[in-house]
Design a protein around this ligand. Structure first.
Ligand code: SIN
Length: 492
């Protein structure tokens, strides 16, 4: 089915380098597939080293002019970009749903979420204050100023094709940095459309550049950026192995890094919790984007006294979820992104069952007249999960809820922290002393307390341990794109 947009020119299928839409230098292209049907519906440039270098040349040349602009001018550009994203929200949602598979209403939610970061950083741009430090030596003045780091390479994932690129590009531009970007190979079109809107908002030549590349050629593009000393920062959202590779390989030029990597979020329901609220919270947190979210609960721990009630309520809610293509208005869960993703989910469920878990709902692929494609997986509830199972050790990144019964607080906190990851954690309790204790004890960057929906442009998003470092969103998010410079001045 062709993609129909109200403004067809939003469907860009070229790179944008130095204010020109262009094909890859070697003329190669790769196919973009609809995850609902696996049918090819677009083709974009399969860029390589020459394109990556051209993007850096343009961004480097534009940096001096862009950083010299008054912050307020940069803010105004971001405000125009924000307004255009909101104006085109329906088309952008159609692009997201087509290339990523999330239901249309959720796609529109993502567009507004992306826009909220652009608006936030338009406001923050005007507030990148420095400091005056009282000097101990007479006649001396000590000042701190903030400066943009320089050219930033932005590498984004497929699960939120609008929000992830917006929350990296917006603070970079606000800070006065210039950008070279590469979206995920599964979902390039939303990012290209956003860059097109930034162009319409008046982004100067070279300030924002984007190249697309297939899975096979992505290393060629990224290697150029890693080796180039003019690229001063990399901001990456994706897997922990790739994040570690970027950290190792950027050491040669000591780039600043923001790494938002994998999670393995625990979701704990204590026996003093409001069980109805906990079920609502889990449904919202787990099934957002079909479970393909870094902050999704991956391990659910429920205390003895409320276990059966919680599981009973959850089973009814999971069984009632409507799965289907984004085009069906009542779809709540779309297709998974690709065949590899479905295989991983399938392996996790099979492994859990082989190790003693019981399937309460789902547990298999879906194929029907409505789910007429290879990438649908049934929303699944497992009980009797334990820490030996793959679904407890790695992100499943799909609509699977493995529930583990627990007895005491110390035991569950130890289990929650027993992972190399530390992005998000959730718990439900009405005991105030426990709330403080457990919030303090959880090793992670984000904690949901009696709350399943954590995302906000005003809050710092990021992890600890092998979930990475750096923060996105909030006032901390701007700092990640700036240096702190100390001026020590002796004079009259
Ligand atoms: C992510 O999955 O990496 C982002 C989720 C969010 O922004 O809430």
């Amino acid at each position: 089915m062709p993609l129909t947009l109200t403004v067809p020119t939003l469907q860009r299928q070229q790179n944008f380098i130095d204010a020109r839409w262009s094909d890859a230098a070697e003329g190669r292209r790769f196919e973009v597939r609809d995850p609902a049907t696996d049918a090819v519906f677009a083709q974009v440039p399969d860029s390589g080293a020459r394109d990556a270098r051209a993007a850096v040349e343009a961004a480097h040349a534009a940096f001096a002019g862009w950083r010299a602009r008054p912050n307020r001018e940069r803010a105004q550009l971001l405000k125009r970009w924000h307004a255009l994203i909101v104006e085109h929200q329906h088309d952008l949602a159609r692009l997201i749903s087509r290339e990523q598979g999330k239901p249309l209403a959720e796609g529109r939610g993502e567009v507004l979420y992306a826009a909220s970061y652009v608006e936030w950083f338009a406001e923050e741009a005007t507030r990148s204050y420095g400091d005056i430090i009282p000097a101990a030596v007479p006649g001396r003045r000590m000042m701190v100023v903030k400066e943009p780091v320089g050219v930033v390479a932005v590498i984004t994932p497929w699960n939120f094709p609008a929000a992830m690129i917006a929350r990296k590009i917006a603070p970079a531009l606000a800070a006065g940095c210039t950008v070279v970007a590469k979206p995920a190979e599964d979902t390039p079109l939303t990012s290209l459309a956003l860059v097109h809107l930034a162009e319409q908002a008046g982004v100067p030549p070279g300030v924002l550049n984007i190249v697309t590349a297939s899975r096979q050629r992505t290393p060629e593009v990224v290697d150029v950026w890693l080796a180039d000393a003019r690229v001063r920062k990399i901001s990456f959202t994706g897997s922990t192995p790739v994040g570690k590779h970027l950290a190792r390989e950027s050491a040669g030029t000591l780039k600043k890094l923001s790494l938002e990597l994998g999670g393995n979020a625990p979701f704990i329901v204590f026996d003093d919790a409001d069980v109805d609220a906990a079920v609502d919270g889990l449904m919202a947190a787990k099934f957002r984007n079909g479970g393909q979210t870094c902050v999704c609960p991956n391990r659910v721990f429920v205390q003895d006294a409320v276990h059966d009630r919680f599981v009973g309520q959850l089973a009814a809610r999971v069984a009632a979820l409507k799965v289907g293509p984004a085009t069906e208005a009542d779809s709540q869960i779309g297709p998974m992104i690709n065949a590899r993703a479905v295989q991983k989910i399938e392996q996790h469920v099979q492994d859990a069952v082989a190790r003693g878990a019981r399937v309460v709902v789902g547990g298999e692929r879906l194929r029907s007249a409505r789910c007429d494609g290879p990438n649908y997986y049934a929303p699944t509830l497992l009980v009797d999960a334990d820490s030996t199972m793959a679904c407890s050790c790695e992100e499943t990144f799909g609509p699977v809820v493995p529930v583990t019964r627990f007895h005491g607080e110390a035991e569950v906190v130890a289990a929650a922290n027993d992972t190399p990851f530390g992005l998000a954690a959730y718990f439900y309790s009405s005991d105030i002393a426990r709330v403080w204790r457990v919030a303090d004890a959880l090793e992670c960057g984000i904690v949901g307390i009696n709350e399943g929906v954590l995302a906000s442009e005003a809050a710092p998003f990021g992890g600890v341990k092998e979930s990475g470092y750096g923060r996105e969103g909030s006032r901390y998010g701007l700092d990640d794109y700036m240096h702190t410079k100390y001026l020590c001045w002796t004079g009259s």
